[in-house]
Design a binder for this molecule. Structure first.
Ligand SMILES: [Zn+2]
Length: 125
């Protein structure tokens, strides 16, 4: 029954791979969503900084009552900046760095056995 065992082992193996791929595409979707979110937050930051600049100039020209508004806007911009940094850190965690050739530092495809540039053998990590 070695033959049947072999097939079911392969099927199991395939199942594991499929699971891994499903998990992986779920993560990629997350990363896409987070990148989209970062894009939105970056636009908010640009708008805020522009508004701060405008307010700051008006304050310079003598509109003293703007100080509190500038302070509030700076603080909310700082929060947005922190959110962007958090999202970037999460993406970093989900996207493992591509393997690098130890000889010539070329970025390699995942699971590459040899460097496509210098031909060095890549040890599995
Ligand atoms: Zn190389």
């Amino acid at each position: 029954m070695e033959f049947i065992k072999n097939i079911s082992e392969k099927a199991k193996d395939f199942g594991e791979k499929a699971k891994e791929i499903t998990k992986r595409s779920g993560e990629l979707l997350e990363v896409t969503k987070m990148r989209y979110e970062i894009g939105k937050l970056e636009r908010i930051m640009v708008n805020n900084v522009e508004a701060i600049g405008e307010l700051y100039y008006r304050k310079f020209k003598g509109e003293e009552e703007l100080a509190a508004e500038i302070e509030r806007l700076c603080q909310s911009t700082q929060t947005v900046e922190q959110d962007i940094a958090n999202l970037r850190a999460q993406i970093e965690k989900l996207m493992p760095k591509a393997p690098i050739c130890p000889n010539c530092q070329t970025e390699l495809a995942e699971g590459a056995k040899f460097c496509h540039k210098c031909g060095s053998k890549i040890e599995e990590q």
